[in-house]
Design a protein around this ligand. Structure first.
Ligand SMILES: [Zn+2]
Length: 131
């Protein structure tokens, strides 16, 4: 049995909680300006790191409140819990967006449908062009 610490109720059995996905995904500032691809990326694209990851959880079988947690996806260990609206704690290994980083929903895509960030990181062919 895994105990999860609800910020309001304290440690409770994991069966009382529901997972709510990645935390800190900002709603688009102007949703009507997004293309279908950008909207799909906002709705469905999420990070999937191995290690510390900020997530939303709900204490569905208790106070029913949502809260955030940092959980190590490799060990399942909960490293921190914090209320909605509180800043994400500094956890070694927890990925943070780079200062001034472009919001993910404004990234572009190349002709092949690959997004800019991944295309830039793609291996180069011997001719120097991208695959
Ligand atoms: Zn609770």
């Amino acid at each position: 049995m895994l105990l999860i610490e609800c910020p309001d109720c304290g440690p409770r059995n994991e069966v009382e909680f529901h997972y709510g996905g990645q935390a800190h995904v900002a709603y688009p500032e102007d949703p009507s300006a997004l293309s279908d691809r950008e909207w799909a990326e906002y709705l469905f694209y999420r990070d999937n790191p191995k290690g510390p990851f900020a997530e939303r959880w709900q204490h569905a079988g208790g106070c029913r409140k949502w809260f955030n947690a940092v959980r190590d996806t490799a060990t399942y260990e909960f490293l921190a819990v914090y209320r909605m609206g509180e800043p994400r704690p500094d956890i070694p290994g927890l990925e943070r967006p780079a200062e001034g980083a472009e919001p993910f929903h404004t990234r572009g895509f190349d002709e092949a449908g690959r997004d800019d960030a991944r295309a830039a990181a793609a291996p180069q062919t011997p001719e120097g062009g991208q695959r």
